[in-house]
Design a binder for this molecule. Sequence first.
Ligand SMILES: [Zn+2]
Length: 356
Amino acid sequence: MSIDARYATKWETSNPLYIVLKESMSIFQEKRGFEVFLSLFPDSYSNELLERNSKHYNLENLYENIKNHFIAFYDYDPQSEMISKYNRILNSMFDGRDTNKRYIYVDELLQLSINLFIATLLKWYDEKHNNEIYGECFLNTLYLMNNVCIFGDAPSEDGVRWLMEPFKGDPHIISISEDCFWTIMAFTFAHELAHEYIASKKTNRKETKIQGKKKTIDRAKIREEFEADKIAYDIVLRIIMEGDDNEFVLKRYTYLSPMMYMDFFDLFYYTDRVLYKKNVVLSDHPTPKDRKSSLFGIVDNDIYQFDTEEGNNLYNCFLDAFDLYKEELLLKEQKGKLKTVTYTLRRNQLEEKYDS
Ligand SMILES: [Zn+2]
C-alpha cells in the first residue's frame, strides 16, 4: 500500500518547518522557514498560502481552541498561560506552583522533532525499497533520536535542509505529518491543562511516596498521568468528531497520532539503551508503552465513533518503519557501525538531567 495513493487529496500545508537560530531563546523564525520551505517545494506552495495558513494554524490558536473545549466538555475554565521556547528539554509541562500565575510550557524542540520524526518514518515506509531513501531515513531518524532527543541539540539551518532532503518534491508526506502533528499538539495541550484541572480539584492532595528498589516511585503522580491522558484523549477525540464544525479542524485519519507520540518517546529511550546502555526510568511518569496501552483502552470505547480504516492504515505504516529503525539500529550497533555517532562521554554528563 502506498501512503500517497490513500491521502492524495489532503495537500494543504499549514505549518512549514521552521528554521533554527540556536543563539536565540526561540529556534523558530517563520519568515526564514517559509523561504527554505518554498525552496524545497517550489511547485507546491506559495508564500501567500503559507502566510495565510500560518495565521490560522498556529500554536496560540490551537491552545485557545483546546481551552474553549475544556470549558465546553468539562465545565472548567483553564487559567494557564502557554509558553513555547527552546529549553533543550524534550517535553511539555504544567507549572502550577504559583496559583496566581500558572503556565504550560512546550519546548520548541518537541514541535520540531515530532513533525520531522513522523514525516521521516512515513517516507521510510513509503519508499523502503529505494535504497537511497532507506539509508537517509535511517540516518535522519537516528539523528533526531540521538542529537535532538537525547542531547537537546536543535539542528542548524543546514541540518534542517539535510533532514528535509528525503521529502524534496514530495510535500505530501509533510502535509500528513503536519496533520498528525496538530493532533499531537492538541493532545499535549489538553494533557497539560488536565493537570491544571486535576490540581484544581485536589487542592490538598497528599503525596504518597513509596520506596522502590532503586528510586522513589511516585504512584500518585503516575496515576495522575494516566488520568490526564484520559481527559486529553477524550477531548481530542471529541474535537475530531466535530469535524468541520470546529474552526481548528483535526483530521479524522490522525486519531491514532497520540500513539505515535508515545512511540516517539519509546524510540528515544530505546536509542538511549542501544547506544549508551542507559535505562531511563522516570519516577513520576508511566512508561510510554503503558501510556499507549491505556490510550488504546480509551479509544476502543463505543462513545467515540470513527471510521477507522484510514487512520489504522496510517498508523500501521508508521509502525512498520518504527520496527525497521529498531532492527537497523541494533544490527548496526552490534556490527560496530555506530561508533562515530556515539557520544558516550557527553551522555554520561547528562545523567543529572534525567535523574533530577
Ligand atoms: Zn503529565
